[in-house]
Design a protein around this ligand. Structure first.
Ligand code: TTP
Ligand code: CA
Ligand code: CA
Length: 696
């Protein structure tokens, strides 16, 4: 039910027991639902926090730079800036500016270069001369990832534990908080008299009494106003429990922002409303260091001012389709279009989804369990590299980079581990890759390096290795909770293999289907979920419990950011184009993989791999993740499954059990040789038991 129809339903009801006295629009049941995070609960409260000029703030805090000094974060010499603080923005400096342009606008600008890995080194560092070393350096986002984690930790420590906390990291500098259960508890404490008792006649569908308060103190919050047109319900109506819930939530959010500021020195902005869609729009509404509350009664007015292309999931092709069909981009214009017409022109699912979105309805969940599903470390070479020695130096950096992130992910505590390692190699228009399993006991930096070298060796055996313009190493197939003993886990190779095998099989079904329908990539969640569900594949590779419908992002943010800034899009691309014999089109930025984010600041939301024009960084990330996952899966399909199938039939499992470096080398070479297309493909039926495994 839309909030406005909900709101008006009970306006003048005079229920039994309180003749003549106005009751709340909300029932005891609605209030109870708050405790269980029911996503259609009309008293739901969700917040979105977004750090102000994040990378810039990290550099300012790290370097102790006063807040009023203009600062920008730079990447290489001639590229756009990647973050600009607010004092610098006052000089009209933006992401589109190069350092030179920015200095022209503001001579006292502090331009801080991002940290880099350098060829031959095994640690990233801030270097004075990084800007001129595009050929030998690779951007490291570790400093920002680490701060992002500290922020998450502070938030989680501050909020009450138990079932009262639901925090989703939505990108490197964003979180969603579902505060409903927490707010429920505070409301019970504060308004126990009105809310704590049993409902009249024990009937939870009875309406609650109105709150005793008649004016709420919103402190310094930016309160979205109600607009002239809203006569049905305005400022003069007494606050109801949804307003009280938002007020309590905004207090909590103000406190959370306060501790982040106090403990870590960072400011952020926030949106507080009834769902993710609205609170995300809210956090961007007033920046920096402010919070915007969108009360239910203000939703209509708030949204009507937007172009719908600014709304999550409507920035891409679907948005274009809608704009084309109705010759407008304004939310207000579409509000008069009946749902039947939307369904007719856009299809049932899209029509309904858009109808609801335009009205601020979004029941997607805040997911606390989102975790990284793959990690990638890459470098495009300018000039190309030409020797094994050079390649080896980069493989060492990649292994160190990935392993450091794995440690952050808790791999040493056996919380999670990746099961496969992939190496991509690009020579001219040709990209080749090899992958292999990572035996659990070999999950350390040195072994990852050895595995990577081994994969590289497999590639070089085919010839045509030099010059090489891009190398990238990735790990994927993360698995949860290896409990306690890695030794034991490493014997479970068969299960692992079964999974990869199974996922490759399901990918086959889904990828062909999706390849035909590129538009599904931009579709609202419900639709994509169904497609993914049908094929089973992509989703499994990328996500844990996250539902795409709720947020188009599919992996944890750090990883995304690295991808965004390390040319991941290109890596996958190569494969696609090679396969279709198309070379390497659309390469306006030849040093792309430097992509090291050159691409994002310039055309932040355009996909480099297809025509999609995404609505925002998250959508773009999600979209790139999708490409990446698809590529990985296709690769699994092409190569790994064959290798695994072969291995099943052979004694390779025993080799793996034998442990030792030798075992690992054997495993990855088995995979690599299996990936040689000339061996042909004879897919083995999964063994009994394998087919019973459930790969959500
Ligand atoms: P954003 O939250 O989009 O921007 P921001 O935090 O710099 O500024 P705002 O105050 O407007 O929120 O991105 C977060 C960080 O991600 C940003 O500090 C740098 C990085 N980033 C890129 O590297 N490339 C990009 O194209 C974008 C959009 C962000
Ligand atoms: Ca931000
Ligand atoms: Ca952000």
């Amino acid at each position: 039910m839309s909030s406005s129809s909900f709101r008006n339903r009970h306006r003048d009801s005079s229920p039994a027991g309180a003749p003549g006295r106005k009751r709340s629009q909300f029932t005891y049941r609605h209030f109870n639902q708050m405790a269980s995070y029911n996503t259609s609960c009309p008293l739901r409260v969700v917040a979105h926090l977004d750090l102000d000029c994040f990378y810039a703030q990290v550099e300012m805090v790290r370097l102790g730079i006063p807040e009023d000094k203009p600062l920008a974060v730079q990447q290489w010499e001639r590229q756009g800036l990647i973050a600009v603080n607010y004092p610098a923005r006052a000089f009209k400096i933006g992401r589109h500016c190069t350092v030179t342009e920015a200095r022209r606008l503001c001579p006292e600008l502090i331009a801080q270069h991002v940290a880099t890995w350098r060829e031959g080194d095994d640690k990233w560092a801030y270097r004075e001369d990084a800007a001129e070393h595009i050929a030998t350096d690779k951007v490291s986002l570790d400093p920002y990832r680490l701060e992002s984690r500290r922020i998450m930790r502070v938030i989680k420590e501050h909020l009450p534990g138990g079932g009262l906390q639901k925090v989703e990291k939505a990108s490197i500098d964003e979180v969603f908080l579902d505060l409903t259960a927490h707010v429920h508890q505070v409301m019970l404490e504060r308004y126990g008299e009105e809310l704590g008792g049993p409902p009249p006649y024990g009937d939870v569908s009875e309406e609650l009494p109105m709150p005793a308060v008649t004016a709420l103190d919103w402190k310094a919050d930016a309160l979205v106003d109600l607009g002239e047109g809203d006569r049905q319900e305005g400022e003069f109506d007494d606050p109801d429990w949804d307003d009280v819930a938002l007020l309590v939530a905004s207090e909590i959010v103000r406190n959370v922002r306060g501790v982040i500021r106090e403990k870590l020195g960072y400011s952020c902005s926030a949106g507080v409303s009834r769902n993710k869609l609205l609170s995300k729009l809210g956090s961007a509404h007033k920046k920096p260091n402010q919070q915007t509350v969108i009360r239910n009664r203000a939703v209509g007015h708030f949204l009507s001012g937007f172009k719908f292309t600014k709304i999550r999931n409507l920035g891409g092709k679907l948005g274009e389709q809608v704009a084309d069909a109705f010759k407008t981009e304004a939310v207000s214009d579409l509000l008069t279009v009946p749902i039947e017409q939307l369904r007719q022109k856009l299809g049932d699912e899209n029509g309904v989804w858009i109808y609801e979105t335009l009205r601020g309805i979004d029941t997607s969940e805040v997911n606390s369990g989102t975790q990284i599903k793959s990690m990638l470390s890459a470098k495009s070479f300018r000039p190309d590299i030409t020797t094994v020695e050079q390649a080896t130096k980069w493989l060492r950096i990649f292994a160190a980079d990935i392993f450091a992130r794995l440690v952050e992910e808790g791999v040493l505590e056996h919380k999670r581990r990746p099961k496969t390692i992939n190496l991509h190699h690009r020579h001219g228009n040709q990209t080749r890759s090899r992958s292999g399993p990572i035996p659990a006991r070999l999950l350390n930096e040195e072994s990852l390096f050895e595995l990577a070298k081994n994969l590289f060796h497999q590639i070089t055996l085919e010839g045509d290795t030099w010059p090489c313009s891009n190398l990238s190493l990735s790990v994927a197939g993360f698995e949860e909770g290896v409990s306690g003993n890695m030794g034991i886990d490493s014997f479970l190779v068969k299960g692992d293999e079964a999974r990869v095998l199974k996922s490759s099989e399901s990918a086959r079904t889904s990828s062909s289907k999706e390849a035909l329908d590129t538009s599904t990539r931009q579709q609202p969640a419900a639709k994509r979920r169904r497609i993914d569900g049908a094929g089973g594949g992509i989703q499994r590779f990328l996500t844990t419990k996250r539902e795409p419908s709720q947020d188009t992002r599919t992996t944890a943010p750090e990883d995304d950011l690295v991808r965004r800034n390390s040319g991941e899009a290109k890596l996958g691309t190569s494969k696609t184009y090679v396969a279709s014999g198309m070379g390497w089109p659309g390469e306006p930025l030849p040093e792309e993989a430097q992509a090291d984010s050159r691409r994002s600041p310039i055309t932040p939301h355009a996909c480099s791999r297809c025509d999609a024009n995404l609505g925002g960084p998250e959508e773009l990330q999600s979209h790139l993740d999708w490409h990446f996952a698809k590529d990985l899966q296709e690769e699994e399909e092409e190569r790994v499954s064959q290798a695994f199938a072969n291995r099943q039939a052979s004694t390779a499992v025993n080799n793996a059990r034998a442990g030792s470096q030798k075992g690992a080398a054997a495993a990855s070479s088995a995979s690599a040789s299996g990936s040689n297309k000339s061996t042909g493909r004879s897919k083995k039926k999964p063994e009994r038991g394998q087919s019973k495994l459930n790969f959500g």
